[in-house]
Design a protein around this ligand. Structure first.
Ligand SMILES: C[S@@+](CC[C@H](N)C(=O)[O-])C[C@H]1O[C@@H](n2cnc3c(N)ncnc32)[C@H](O)[C@@H]1O
Length: 255
């Protein structure tokens, strides 16, 4: 089986054909949230500049199609994950239900639901509900004996105890949506991927649930954040992404 590669294809197809069964130590998946299609935008927003709701063809399904898709991709991940492996799934309140249901049906144990508090959350456009400022990452395992590098997580935790001592990493992570130098942009200044995840998030997940040399797989690789951080921390990596343009961004990033 090849590692240190990003496949340009559908993840269900690649997981079923190119990845060995029970070969993967850690899966991080940031699937479509099925949020596109309402065309929300706010031009001239004074605090953060023009803002557009994600609106991508890969992110538009009917509710039954989305549940079927969730079953298919998590099922395909289940086949390739080692018994002692971990799967992390990024989600929001919109799609946490489908992932949780499928994981439970497959017999997974939920270790944590990490709350990502987005310190620079998107504006409240309708002003009819509380401003959304969180996403979640589900951490699920198949079997006991999963990897968890508790001490490493304490060492990298930016929060310290009152006396300056190291502090346990909690399941509540405060970090901004990717901006500044970390955001990959084209020559026109526009973000090249609409949902690039923070490197700090992948750093915590990869350092927590894998060790040097382990294989980390991301079935919805996007701009290649998982592969980039896995490589940085000396893990083997496999990405799968169906959009050619995003493969180009990842290749440049990895180089
Ligand atoms: C939410 S984004 C992932 C972003 C990524 N975490 C990052 O940091 O850039 C989901 C990605 O999955 C890709 N995608 C959607 N459906 C797919 C499928 N069936 N197989 C492979 N990739 C898919 C989309 O093109 C998109 O880039």
């Amino acid at each position: 089986m090849k590692t240190n590669i990003i496949y340009n294809d559908d993840c269900i197809k690649i997981l079923n054909s190119k990845i060995d069964e029970k070969s993967i130590d850690l899966i991080f998946a940031d699937p479509p949230y099925n949020l596109s299609g309402n065309g929300l935008k706010w031009k001239g927003n004074k605090t953060g500049g023009d803002w557009y709701m994600v609106d991508e063809a890969w992110d538009k399904m009917t509710a039954p199609e989305f549940l079927k898709f969730t079953r298919q991709w998590i099922g395909a991940c289940d086949k390739v994950l080692k018994d002692k492996g971990s799967i992390y799934i990024a989600c929001s309140y919109h799609n946490i239900g489908e992932s949780m249901m499928v994981l439970k049906q497959l017999g997974y144990k939920i270790n944590n639901i990490i709350t990502w508090y987005k310190t620079n959350a998107m504006p409240n456009m309708t002003k009819r509900i509380f401003t959304h400022s969180t996403e979640f990452v589900i951490w699920a395992v198949k079997d006991s004996g999963w990897a968890f590098n508790y001490e490493t997580l304490k060492e990298i935790n930016p929060e310290k105890q009152k006396n300056g001592d190291l502090k346990q990493m909690r399941d509540f992570w405060q970090m901004p949506l990717v901006q500044g130098k970390e955001r990959i942009r084209g020559s026109d200044g526009k973000a090249l991927h609409p949902t690039q995840k923070p490197e700090e998030m992948l750093k915590r997940i990869i350092l927590a649930s894998s060790n040097k040399g382990d294989i980390v797989l991301d079935p919805f690789s996007g701009s290649g954040t998982t592969a980039y951080i896995a490589k940085k921390y000396e893990r083997q990596w496999i990405g799968i992404e169906k959009d050619k343009n995003y493969i180009k961004i990842s290749t440049t990033r990895l180089r």
